[in-house]
Design a protein around this ligand. Sequence first.
Ligand SMILES: Nc1ncnc2c1ncn2[C@@H]1O[C@H](COP(=O)(O)OP(=O)(O)OP(=O)(O)O)[C@@H](O)[C@H]1O
Length: 294
Amino acid sequence: MTAIVETRALTKRYGRRTALADCTLTVPAGRVVGLVGPNGAGKSTLLQLACGLLTPTSGTVEVFGRPPAADGAQLGRVGFVAQDTPTYAALTVADHLRLGAKLNPRWDAALAERRVRQLGLDPTQRSGRLSGGQRAQLALTLAVAKRPELLLLDEPVAALDPLARRAFLQSLMEFVAESESQATVVLSSHLVSDLERVCDHLIVLAGSRVQADGEIDDLLATHFRLTTARRDTDTLPAGMRVVNAEHTERQSTFVVRAERAVDDPSWVMEPLGLEDLVLAHLTADPRPVLEPQR
Ligand SMILES: Nc1ncnc2c1ncn2[C@@H]1O[C@H](COP(=O)(O)OP(=O)(O)OP(=O)(O)O)[C@@H](O)[C@H]1O
């Protein structure tokens, strides 16, 4: 497995506030990776460290085996769309494409123009006059026309209505499908449903820490909801790692990580959907429940 982004014990602090703590993970080549977590979890911090806009307080981050933004060539391989999908309000759509062509050696003018046509954007319109959804699409167009091998998108669909959201994610998938050597995408969102539609790998961040990290199919195959007569967490069989536990007077419900389901007539063990899996990790003990997969 080729690692496109690799972090080791990556930590970022602002004064006494920890934005990201002890983050060790790998983004494999050619995957669409969802980065999910609540407000303040550290998603933007991780993405900005990966594109070199922030420097770590401690630990390391490498992109294509080198420090991020090491030089112009390295920068050219990475596309980044920040959370507020920044564009230049006074410049027109066409101006943005001209600027993109001037600044990026691998600029794909045909792709940029085709996308603008398909999206129905008026090339003469100033970006300050575009709707939020159109601006997000313009920012994505600029990022993909760079022909990046790694595309980092910070909550790109946060401000979009459901239709614009779907259109945006659709164009993202088209970019991935069209890229010559399959591009790697990391995309953050609060919404698991969006991520489930397009991602094959997931990173769950909460409280500045990685709570879960892996291929979505593997995560789904190894997480279960276990319902039994009330029992203590430490009486569960070895090999089951409890992510989250809830108890009523008579019943206990656990979300566990285990290699396989266990057939025991005294309990019910069922697979989890992705949304429930993520929620279980978000409401878990603040210490990391799972070691990141290496
Ligand atoms: N420039 C900064 N100065 C001080 N604290 C910061 C700064 N940037 C981020 N933080 C803090 O770091 C933590 C992580 O912030 P970050 O923006 O990475 O989270 P996030 O998961 O992207 O959140 P959101 O979903 O709300 O965008 C938060 O507690 C935030 O207040």
